[in-house]
Design a protein around this ligand. Sequence first.
Ligand SMILES: *[C@@H]1O[C@H](CO)[C@@H](O)[C@H](O)[C@H]1NC(C)=O
Ligand SMILES: *[C@@H]1O[C@H](CO)[C@@H](O)[C@H](O)[C@H]1NC(C)=O
Length: 504
Amino acid sequence: MRLSSMVQFLASTLLAFNADHILPGVAEVESREQKVWARAGGSAVLPCYLSAGRRQSGLAAKTSVLWLRHGGSAPQEPQVVLEVGSSGLRKVALPMRARLSVQDSALRGGNFSLRISPVRSGDAALYEARVAYDAEVLSCRVQLEVVTVTLSQPSPVVENEPLLLSCSSSHRASLVETCWFHNRHLLPTSRTFCFLHGAHFMLRPAMSDAGYWRCQLRYSDNEIVSATYYLRILGFSGPSNSIVYAAAGSAADLQCTLSDLPSASGTNTVTARWSHLAQGHLQEWEISQNLSSRSFPLHLAAVGPGDAGQYRCAVNLGRRTISRDVTLAVVTVTPSIQGPVSEGSRLLLICSLTHRQGHERFQWQHLESAPTGRQLTVATSHNLEGHRPHMGPTLEIPQVSQKDTGTWECSVYGPEGRLGAVEYGLQITGAQVSSPPTIFSGQVTFGLTLTLFFLLMVCVLALALQKRARTPAFPALEGMVAVAVPRKKVMEENQEEKIQQTEC
Ligand SMILES: *[C@@H]1O[C@H](CO)[C@@H](O)[C@H](O)[C@H]1NC(C)=O
Ligand SMILES: *[C@@H]1O[C@H](CO)[C@@H](O)[C@H](O)[C@H]1NC(C)=O
């Protein structure tokens, strides 16, 4: 049944498409009435042509065209919608003025078709053209039928806000069935919804509902009418409740990006308000963007476990606000020993995540902080078995040794790949168990520093004594001399001092 109706639909559209080419010959048959279908919001051409033979002979100078509409507010009296006098003067009925047109060049060529753009549902009626030329009258009668798709929300519709779609037409017969076809990328129809009679179609729009929707109305007289509507949805790009993983102490960027440019919603200013409930008090951030940006990221400079949780990004689009939640999960390392770790001790590093979904896996690796950037070393601790990275949230180093110093990284993996990582810098101080070489080297360093310090003190003392021996008895005179002494002499004195210092 669906196939046959599709064939019928195609046949009717083809007929309508060909009408322009078929009609010129037919236009002379006065009583012939044509039907034209148009979608509300689209355009319609009501055809009226002079026969091909007459067109070639050229049109008389005195040709006038009158387009009338039957069955308006006064059903007996046809209304004049457009009049082109023989002098070329044009009169257009006020309510339709901006939407009606005839082509002057076409008129001369015998094409008296009337174009209506955009069509409104109220335009459905019987139209008649009366063309007077060479004392003859040509009449074209066109029934305009309008199919209307109505949305309960202005376009673009907002994601998740209930949407009512309805489809109706001016056709008089009783409606049997309404079908909706969703055709996302003009691929073969992927989804079909059919209802008896003219039921409204309720949709909770998701980003995946964007695209072409075609409604098809089937009437009791087998008339099939269809109209296509492009549904635009304003929401957010990316998954709906995303989790951002950040290492404790590092920066985090929470994304909030609209699926469409905000200017599409007809507003000039776009602001996003981020909010987060942290330990009982509400934190808020406001981000304003110009119309060429649809992204409102929140940058957190250094996150701690206390910053973890749900963040809401609410974008204000004039009268409408749409929001999206983003969860911040913080990855932390808790060592069993706080502060520096002494060699030989047992160390546990526990990697944890503030928000677990249950499917996360943890992996520990020892990184080498080489000057050319970090490189992953295959060799983990000699205490650990094998050379593979350690799996699981807890890393145990039974006896910490010099080889274990450096950066340890805990990575968190989900089904989609690596989610985040946190690093821990292991620093080893002296030994817990006696380890002579370290102690010895430490003592040597200390002794050397002490000796150097002592030598320096002696040197300073000697210098002071030498200076004292050269100074005159009167301190006041010394001051005067110092003032009188030219710059060069002072420099010489300085140099002398320097030499003495180096000698020392
Ligand atoms: C006749 O005129 C209408 C507009 O008045 C135009 O849309 C249509 O294409 C014309 N037909 C042909 C065959 O040129
Ligand atoms: C809007 O902001 C972006 C950067 O956020 C800037 O590159 C662009 O020039 C701005 N446009 C206008 C019209 O101010």
